[in-house]
Design a binder for this molecule. Sequence first.
Ligand code: AR6
Length: 167
Amino acid sequence: MIDILRADITTLRVDAIVNAANSALAGGGGVDGAIHAAAGPELAAELRRHHGCATGSAVLTRGYRLPARFVIHAVGPVWRGGDQGEAALLASAYETSFRLARDEGSIRTIAFSAISTGVYGFPKPAAAEIALGAMMAHEEEFERIVACLFDDASATLYRETLARLRA
Ligand code: AR6
């Protein structure tokens, strides 16, 4: 089941949430900043042991003070006009996140932020297609997959895109 929610991802009671991180895994603004603030300083301490993460990949940590037990820190691409492999890198960030979640073994419910669509500038309609395409491909492996959007316009865009992809 794919659910589209307008919510602050740090409040969701799911097994894992997927963060929009940077390749230094250094924390930052946006959803990353909100997740670090809610999880507490232990999250940054665990991330320091990873020495970064390539664009298009992801790492899994515990959730500490979050309601979610795990955080998957996915690194999406910065949008540079679309001819720098951005679409494939964004798809890879989703695929790696799903693989880490499946390999962990106990994750049945997972919520994704809209990776790369904030300060990284990925056009939202194209990002929605990539995100929802990946979610549909993995739908049977999880009890619940949440697409978590932070504003009403994005939630509407995702609902319309999902309806189109399912048609
Ligand atoms: N819950 C859910 N979604 C949120 C929240 C929240 N609390 N806050 C923001 N969003 P961004 P990026 C949405 O900029 O583009 C950071 O500094 C927001 O509306 O957080 O991948 C990192 O450290 C947007 O649609 O991530 C990186 O350096 C989406 O989250 C860089 O930004 C992603 O926006 C990553 O940029």
